[in-house]
Design a protein around this ligand. Structure first.
Ligand code: SF4
Length: 463
């Protein structure tokens, strides 16, 4: 790397976490509304190779310890650079940024969360220009089809908001491309292992109707990446034989999952949260979680900060979902998958969804079928399981009958056993006269082994 670069650039820094007490500043993240990263393809004459621009205060003009709105715009050009590659190039911002010592990068698209460490700042990482130069070198080394690259960092709040709004439109246009395509219409799926640096046995299978869980790579993006970089992390997967069209099990996908997870996982059911669910790394846009008390699913996005209906916040469930391990009932999924006709097809699809965080609902309202619009709760209608049950029954959710049946069984199980104590002379228990005389007087002994006895009311009165 460049001699003048003040910090080291190496994959060994991937996974480096910068804790609050060690950070110089935070860029993006949960405390600010506007943040994003965006890669756009341009013509050769629109890009000045190696140029780094800063719109707003530079790193050395930011106040230590604070959080700032942040946008990174990367413009690329080259004979082989096409629009379909934008997402794939953009997804690499994550790992390339994390190669920079003292610069932490989490998440993607509209949700980035970066930190500069105090140590790196004191070593000289005090300007965005260093990050821009490092990214340019890494991109050109790892993606040689990029001939020209220029980067702009935004910290001016108004400008960040402008770029953010533009970026949301670009993401939507990219996501919309695969809508209407069916998994049945193609012979090839794609597999990505870019996140194995964080979750070594995680393998993504990307189909037309199942976007990657990071939400950044759809089937078209994956196809473009595999064509231009056949030795890269994204490769084609021959679908093979369909073993189960409802659960979404294909021989080709199973083979590639087994091979690329080094045998850790052998089968994927692409349209189910049970049995052999798709694994998750840590980059998922949302979490789908099973709620056994109502036999339905809850859904929450990264932006939702308070506990969900099961009492757990996104961050707690994320540790359970991630790591490349198949966890039944917990799934990291990309936002666009909620719009797919294959969404949880084997488990009942949308009819099984009972609760959505309002932040997520605002983004996928269009995906909710009309007949369920008023039957799925957010935290405003149900903040715990009991209020959720009540809401679902009142609104006539498709699971309402089942919930009522489950409740009836529960009440039956919880009914107090008719506990009759050993006879006590002259005592009536709940109106039942007991024979007098104690143990030697013909009384009854009832032994309840392993039973939970709940007594609502015990009346003892003298005759
Ligand atoms: S989440 Fe999946 S598709 Fe997205 S970068 Fe990671 S491995 Fe690739």
């Amino acid at each position: 790397m460049s001699e003048s670069m003040p910090v080291e650039i190496s994959p060994v820094y991937e996974g480096e976490r910068i804790r609050k007490q060690d950070m110089y500043v935070e860029l993006g993240g949960p405390k600010v509304e506007h943040k994003c990263e965006l890669v756009l393809s341009r013509s050769m004459d629109e890009v000045e190779d190696g140029k780094v621009s800063i719109v707003g205060p530079d790193l050395n003009e930011l106040k230590e310890g604070d959080s700032y709105p942040y946008a990174v715009l990367i413009e690329v050009a080259g004979k082989m650079v096409e629009k379909d590659l934008e997402s794939v190039i953009e997804r690499r911002v994550h790992d390339f940024s994390n190669y920079i010592e003292g610069y932490m990068h989490l998440n993607q698209r509209y949700d980035i969360w970066c930190r500069i460490s105090k140590k790196a700042y004191n070593k000289g990482l005090n300007s965005f220009k260093w990050i821009g130069l490092a990214l340019a070198k890494l991109y050109k080394a790892e993606m040689p089809f990029i001939e020209k690259i220029q980067t702009t960092f935004y910290t001016d709040p108004e400008k960040v908001k402008e770029v953010y709004e533009q970026a949301l439109k670009v993401y939507e246009a990219r996501d919309a491309r695969a809508r209407g395509m069916r998994d049945e219409d193609v012979d090839t799926f794609y597999s990505c292992v870019l996140c194995q640096s964080f979750a070594p046995q995680h393998v993504c299978i990307i189909t037309p109707q199942r976007v990657s869980l990071c939400g950044a790579i759809n089937w078209f993006d994956a196809r473009a990446a595999a064509r231009v970089d056949p030795k890269g992390p994204i490769i084609p997967v021959e679908k093979g034989e369909c073993l189960d069209s409802i659960r979404g099990e294909y021989t080709g996908a199973n083979e590639i999952v087994e091979k690329r997870s080094l045998g850790a996982n052998k089968r994927f059911w692409l349209y189910s949260a049970f049995g052999f669910p798709h694994t998750s790394c840590g980059c998922f846009e949302t979490i789908l979680f099973y709620i056994p008390e109502v036999d339905g699913f809850g859904c929450v996005d990264r932006g939702f900060k308070t506990p969900t209906v099961n009492g757990l916040p996104f961050s707690s469930m994320a540790t359970q979902v991630g790591g490349g391990i198949q966890t039944e009932g917990f799934l990291g999924i990309g936002m666009e998958y909620y719009r797919s006709p294959k969404f949880m097809q084997a488990d009942g699809g949308w009819n099984r969804v009972v609760w959505i965080a309002s932040t997520l609902r605002a983004r996928i309202e269009d995906a909710i079928p009309a007949h369920l619009k008023d039957k799925i709760a957010t935290e405003k209608e149900a903040s715990d399981i009991e209020s959720l049950k009540k809401f679902l029954v009142e609104r006539g959710h498709p699971l309402a009958k089942k919930i009522e049946e489950m409740e009836a069984v529960k009440v039956e199980e919880e009914k107090p056993a008719e506990a009759v104590p050993a006879a006590m002379p002259g005592v009536t228990v709940q109106g039942l006269p007991l024979p007098a005389g104690g143990a030697g007087g013909g009384g009854m002994r009832i032994t309840l082994k392993g039973a939970k006895v709940k007594i609502g009311q015990l009346i003892i009165k003298k005759d």
